[in-house]
Design a protein around this ligand. Structure first.
Ligand code: AMP
Ligand code: MN
Ligand code: MN
Length: 335
């Protein structure tokens, strides 16, 4: 499903006529969310637009893995986001509540352009560039920049390439299309250091993380009869684990990528305690036989078919019971 031409026209008209733009992404931003803001922000700023970018959760810190990204000076702390922007552009944010404490800006902004690729997008806001087939929001941003006549210089290219790498799992997930590789080729042609990008994102961890990974994987549980017999593996990262190793939630995003390699389980699940908000964040991945996006959307979260999440205000046993029940009832897809 590609984006209708009239949506492109609305979006480019909005951006071409705005001199003051606020960018926002989902809480606890991942690579795609961050870079989609930074790429669009850097390109707009260069064309003379006043632009700032933020998100509505604490800590307001760029995860270490992304500290190499360009244009980080576009970021302003949540409380400095203008109260009533002329144009708010949300990026990689499937529903208004995912803006966290910035959710009110959806009603206080004169216009709200939603740039996203989540199938679960609720089409909040006043204008939409939503393509569920796009491998990353960064892919939609790249086309937007092309249509605005803004160049893909090395700064913008570094950001967009990072979005491609993070949301395709280094060009491994099913979402990796010919278009993704074509875009990657254009970005590499600007001379960016893709080797340093991949090393920063995937191959650089603190020793504390390596130890935490060991702890968390050692306590992983395999439930072969779960998910209607397709198998489930799960583990938990408690607040004490983070505290013991001096880590934050953003540092432990990669655990699910280790857990999901277990052949015996169709679905992998990491339950992570969020010490800021005293709740659990649940990450899920499937190998293609279960639409975890639907399961998580039904549980109040969202995401993609094979990578999704939700927030749980219950304790660990209850959280697990709820998700086990939802997974048991999920239809099995042909693979
Ligand atoms: P994660 O497991 O945090 O890497 O998230 C995988 C996908 O699910 C991403 O596209 C997230 O945006 C989405 N997602 C995770 N948690 C939530 C949530 N609580 N509500 C909506 N979408 C979520
Ligand atoms: Mn995201
Ligand atoms: Mn994304």
């Amino acid at each position: 499903m590609s984006i209708p031409e009239r949506d492109w026209q609305t979006a480019t008209a909005l951006l071409s006529s705005s001199r003051d733009v606020v960018l926002a992404c989902h809480v606890a931003p991942d690579g795609d969310a961050l870079v989609s803001m930074l790429a669009l922000g850097a390109a707009l700023r260069r064309s003379g637009v006043r632009v700032c970018a933020s998100w509505g959760s604490s800590p307001f810190e760029v995860p270490d893995a992304y500290s190499f990204l360009p244009a980080l000076d576009l970021l302003v702390p949540t409380e400095q986001v203008p109260a009533a922007p002329e144009l708010l552009v949300t990026l990689d944010t499937g529903s208004a509540d995912r803006l966290g404490v910035l959710v009110d800006r959806v009603s206080t902004s004169a216009a709200v352009l939603v740039v996203d690729h989540h199938p679960s997008n609720t089409l909040y806001g006043t204008a939409h560039l939503v393509d569920p087939d796009a491998a990353a929001t960064a892919v939609v941003v790249a086309e937007l920049l092309d249509r605005l006549g803004l160049p893909l210089d090395p700064e913008v290219a570094t950001a967009l390439y990072t979005g491609l790498v993070t949301d395709t799992g280094s060009f491994r997930h099913a979402s990796t299309s010919a278009h993704v590789h074509e875009l990657a080729a254009r970005l590499l042609a600007t001379g960016i250091r893709h080797d340093l990008i991949s090393r920063a994102i995937y191959d650089t961890q603190s020793f504390g993380y390596v130890q935490l990974l060991g702890d968390v994987c050692a306590r992983a549980v395999l439930e072969p009869h779960a998910v209607g017999g397709l198998g489930l593996t799960w583990t938990v990262v408690e607040g004490e684990d983070l505290a013991r190793h001096g880590l934050g939630l953003a540092d432990v995003e990669g655990i699910i990528d280790v857990l999901r390699t277990a052949r015996e389980a169709e679905v992998a699940l990491v339950v992570k305690y969020d010490p800021e908000d005293s709740l659990y964040k649940v990450s899920t991945r499937s190998k293609g036989a279960v639409d975890v996006g639907e399961v998580c959307t039904a549980l109040g979260g969202g995401g993609h078919r094979f990578a999704a999440g939700f927030t749980s205000y219950d304790d660990l046993p209850t959280t697990l019971d709820i998700v086990r029940g939802a997974l048991a009832g999920a239809p099995h897809l042909p693979v």
